[in-house]
Design a protein around this ligand. Structure first.
Ligand SMILES: Cc1cc2nc3c(=O)[nH]c(=O)nc-3n(C[C@H](O)[C@H](O)[C@H](O)COP(=O)(O)O)c2cc1C
Ligand code: SF4
Length: 691
């Protein structure tokens, strides 16, 4: 692809997809028909460059419609937004869900990450390859899809006028193909709950459920549909319009009952409802998950009937300073991995004189083995809308961005719907609840890049740049999104604010321990009897959590806490208390709540290789220790898995230390954690382990 403007033109379909999102061009300068007036006045400049943040959604618009981004389409986007083509190319190629080379409209993403690997992903991958050929065109191996409770999983994305997504979980190695290129649609518009696991044929040509994403304004519609459990009606939120920036994501969830050609839904092969991932669903002791499986996630009335919006009313009663005081006193710390005190972050942002302030909710959730934020967004979406509104009220943000990973179509659809409905009912917008403050939420869809979950990489991604982390300081509370003071919080962190305000900081802090207050969501996956998201008070032990989840399916070999950036725990260490301080003292980490159970059927060296491959693949390449170190680490692990040598272990330690000491961001700093703990705590690659 040429990196300068070329003569390549977009196809009519590509142009239509881009115009549906950006609005039609008004002058020749933006790629419209050139008029005499265009020769006298140059338009574009600052105004167009100010729209640079629309680059990622514009790329999505083309990729959703066509399945890949051609040179002509990229050039046209560049003209519309005044972005240099070389930069736009750099952005388009940064994300794994985009392709700048032709590929079929339907692409299957087969998860090969940790939880899926522990549950047969290799067999799914082999069978897919036998049926569809080498990866790269109609299928590709994928990092964690966040569907770990249904491992092994796969996700089919279907481009078209009605782009769609089909989730396969658990995915089974497929028998011989029988159908054509667009078989049965997996649509579900009826609301039928389907709690049973369904084994789906991932190698075959199952159809995709359709979604509409083109050209509707999200502010206009928003009927509060109350279709049956776990689904959102196909009629939500569509308004007239189609002018600039409009993106109707409300139906992006594969639920509108169309197949890829826009025809009627065929066979019902629905995703199970969100509560399927919550074995404790309905348990009255739940706090954060208490509404999952109880309320219809499409219904604001249901949400209100179950206590929804009581916390926002309390927030307005005590005022922004009161909210911050409650959050400080509650002892809440961030659940995204870094465990930073939330109240301090909010206080620091609120006092910044520079305006506007921004709120970013981090729903990128790409740490392998993490799927709790998906379950909240799919099962209780209004809770996140309310919690974001409270955070914005306390910190003085008129605008919030909800950055959701692109691999979560149902969560995106449900959040978009909830936002539309909340706006239509006056719970978002210019005068929230008639209380004289403005706040609105825009969803930004990630496109397959783990690093975009890093709190400054997310800013670059939203702003239309490559998702590369920034050096800190300055910290986000001073200079964050668009250079303005910004609060970044994880989904789970934010929903904790609801019980804090509803019940008071003291009551909240009475649960858990002094250093880790409240309850925590744990993502239990791997070779375990009942995988899923569990909610326990901080301080419960790992043994208690494993007992609750039915224990390992075979003889327990190890538990990985904290995900790829975490550390292993041995079977004789199960009494470690699940708190930030307890896991730290035990030489591991809670991270974002990953609890990956590995029994003796799992090849640990294989798991370590996957971790190393993950970091090598996901490194943004910006700094040398991480860019080179992750490659060297993977190479050494390949050699070690063939023949353990002291020299390679020493090399790993040296490289690991360099990454930890000298990398810019947490990815490089933690890329050696799990490997180190496997060597030191589990004795992997010791002579007795050598294969
Ligand atoms: C490589 C990397 C990936 C991250 N991914 C996420 C993520 O997907 N979700 C998240 O909430 N935090 C993620 N974080 C942590 C964020 O940088 C940040 O600490 C967090 O969003 C702050 O929110 P909290 O204070 O509510 O935890 C990641 C950090 C790193 C270094
Ligand atoms: S540590 Fe790795 S991911 Fe982070 S900035 Fe450096 S190269 Fe990028």
């Amino acid at each position: 692809m040429d990196l300068r403007f070329s003569d390549a033109e977009p196809s009519a379909e590509e142009r239509a997809a881009i115009d549906a999102f950006l609005g039609a061009p008004t002058t020749g300068w933006e790629g419209g028909i050139r008029s005499d007036g265009d020769l006298r006045v140059a338009v574009g400049g600052h105004e167009a460059r100010d729209r640079r943040d629309l680059l990622l959604p514009a790329l999505h618009a083309v990729n959703d419609r066509i399945g890949w981004i051609s040179e002509g389409a990229l050039d046209y986007i560049c003209r519309r937004l005044t972005v240099p083509p070389a930069e736009a190319y750099g952005v388009a190629t940064f994300y794994s869900l985009f392709s700048t080379k032709p590929r079929p409209a339907r692409v299957l993403h087969v998860c090969t990450d940790l939880a899926c690997q522990a549950r047969g992903a290799d067999a799914v991958r082999r069978s897919t390859e036998e049926r569809l050929g080498p990866p790269g065109m109609s299928w590709q191996p994928s990092p964690c899809l966040g569907l770990c409770e249904r491992a092994p999983a796969a996700l089919a994305l279907q481009a078209g006028e009605f782009p769609g997504a089909t989730v396969y979980g658990p995915a089974e190695p497929a028998p011989a193909p029988t159908g054509g290129a667009n078989g049965s649609g997996a649509a579900n518009g009826s609301g039928a709950a389907n709690g049973a696991d369904q084994a789906h044929d991932v190698g075959g040509a199952a159809g995709t459920s359709g979604t509409g994403t083109t050209g509707t304004t999200s502010g206009a519609g928003g009927a509060d549909t109350t279709s049956g459990a776990g689904t959102i009606g196909a009629t939500s939120g569509a308004g007239a319009g189609g002018a600039g920036r409009a993106q109707d994501l409300s139906r992006l969830g594969g639920l509108s009952g169309m197949d890829a050609t826009g025809g009627p839904a065929l066979a019902e092969r629905a995703e199970p409802p969100a509560e399927h991932a919550v074995p404790q669903a309905g348990d009255p002791s739940l706090v954060l998950l208490r509404r999952v499986g109880i309320v219809d996630p499409a219904s604001l009335d249901d949400y209100r009937a179950e206590g929804g919006y009581a916390a926002l009313r309390e927030a307005v009663r005590i005022g922004p300073a009161g909210v911050i005081r409650e959050v400080l006193e509650s002892g809440l710390v961030g659940r995204g991995g870094a465990a930073f005190p939330t109240g301090r972050k909010w206080e620091a942002t609120a006092r910044q004189l520079d305006h506007p302030h921004y709120l970013v909710c981090n729903a990128d959730e790409s740490e392998p083995g993490t799927f709790k934020d998906r379950v909240i967004m799919e099962g209780d979406p209004y809770a996140l809308v309310e919690a974001m509104t409270i955070a914005a009220y306390a910190t003085g943000c008129p605008k919030g961005y909800l950055y959701i990973r692109g691999e979560y179509p149902r969560a995106i659809g449900r959040m978009a719907h909830a936002i539309d409905v909340a706006r239509a009912r006056g719970l978002l917008g210019a005068d929230v609840m008639g209380q004289g403050f403005a706040f609105d939420i825009e969803i930004r869809r990630g496109a397959g890049a783990y690093i975009c979950g890093e709190e400054t990489a997310i800013f670059n991604s939203i702003e239309g740049f490559r998702g590369e982390p920034r050096s800190k300081p300055p910290f986000p509370v001073e200079k964050g999104l668009f250079g303005k003071p910004t609060v970044v919080n994880n989904v789970e962190t934010l929903v904790n604010v609801l019980p804090i305000l509803a019940g008071g900081a003291a009551a909240y802090a009475a649960t858990g321990t002094e250093g880790s207050t409240g309850t925590k969501l744990f993502c239990v996956s791997g070779t375990v009897a009942k995988p899923g998201v569990y909610e326990l008070p901080f301080g419960a032990t790992l043994r208690e959590l494993l007992t609750l989840s039915g224990g390992a399916t075979g003889t327990l070999r190890a538990v990985l806490l904290g995900g790829a950036a975490g550390g292993f725990v041995r079977p004789d260490e199960l009494d470690v208390p699940l708190t930030f301080e307890g896991t730290r003292a035990a030489g591991t980490t809670l991270g974002s709540g990953v609890v990956l159970v590995l029994d003796d059927s799992v090849d640990l060296a294989h798991i370590l290789l996957r971790i190393a491959e993950f970091f090598r693949d996901e490194s943004c390449g910006q700094c040398v220790p991480c860019r080179v170190g992750t490659v060297r680490q993977e190479e050494a692990l390949h050699r070690l898995s063939r023949r353990p040598t002291a020299g390679d272990i020493a090399l790993l330690r040296e490289v690991g230390q360099a990454m930890r000491d000298a990398s810019i961001c947490g990815l490089g700093q933690t890329a050696w954690n799990a490997v180190e703990s496997a060597i030191d705590r589990l004795g992997v690659f010791s002579p007795s382990e050598a294969s």
